[in-house]
Design a protein around this ligand. Structure first.
Ligand code: ZN
Length: 256
């Protein structure tokens, strides 16, 4: 029962879906494949289905699927021979499960608290670039670890040396400790050490310490404390004023 397909805007989507998902018997499928050759609209629809697959693969990757499972998912869509054996219900179940897996992530990423934590999201490599390596002494090895983003090792070395450092070295050590704790996702400890660094900081460096402290408070979800520190940065450190005001504005918008 070969048939000539008449497609229109109402049935095209359904035709292509049935074709892709294995919902056509062999002869109907062959006839539709022939129709596809002649019909640009149906080919366009087929492309969209394939784009949908790309989205699914992306979601699967985010949800932690193995590359093997993702390849299987692709075969479900891409291989004509495979389609006729595909159970469309299975495909629907896979799609829905993927969506449900991704949903909490989307929800999480849209919470004001999450956005607040991500807003600052200091990158280790940016911070490391701004640090001057120590010329000599106790801190050389600790800095090397910090610079290689081995923050846990840096923390151990720095904690062990804190008691016997000169004032100048102590400022550096407290600063790196605070930052290392921040990158190790221990913002409470980061605040403690960054406050100490701030008390020892020379000149402009104080502004940076306030900036980092505000960051740590945001990670702790303490918006007011973060804003207080940002305002202080804006008032007392002209070189950081515009970025502090920008952050304050972003926070305001986020919680309106
Ligand atoms: Zn058509």
């Amino acid at each position: 029962m070969a048939k000539n397909f008449v497609c229109n805007d109402d049935n095209r989507h359904e035709l292509v879906e049935r074709y892709v998902m294995g919902g056509m018997k062999r002869r109907e499928k062959e006839a539709f494949a022939a129709h596809l050759e002649k019909c640009p609209d149906c080919r366009h629809q087929l492309k969209e289905s394939q784009a949908m697959l790309k989205k699914l693969q992306k979601a699967a990757r985010k949800a932690g699927w193995s590359e093997g499972d993702i390849a299987l998912l692709s075969r479900l869509y891409e291989r004509q021979g495979f389609f006729s054996h595909v159970n469309w219900k299975l495909v629907a179940v896979i799609s829905i499960s993927l969506f449900l897996l991704v949903l909490p992530f989307i929800w999480w990423a849209n919470q004001p608290e999450t956005k607040m934590k991500l807003l600052f999201a200091l990158k280790p490599e940016e911070v490391i670039l701004q640090q001057t390596p120590p010329v000599r002494g106790e801190l050389v090895e600790a800095f090397r670890q910090f610079e290689s983003e081995r923050f846990r090792q840096a923390i151990e070395l720095l904690e062990a040396k804190l008691a016997r450092l000169s004032d100048d070295e102590l400022f550096q050590a407290e600063k790196w400790l605070g930052l290392a704790y921040l990158f190790e996702k221990q913002p409470e400890k980061a605040v403690i050490h960054l406050q100490k660094a701030r008390a020892l900081a020379p000149g402009e460096e104080e502004g940076m310490m306030l900036w980092y402290i505000a960051n740590a408070y945001l990670r702790l979800g303490q918006r007011e404390a973060a804003e207080t520190h940002l305002r202080k940065v804006a008032e007392t450190h002209p070189s950081l004023k515009s970025q502090a005001l920008y952050m304050l504005e972003r926070l305001k918008i986020m919680f309106e």
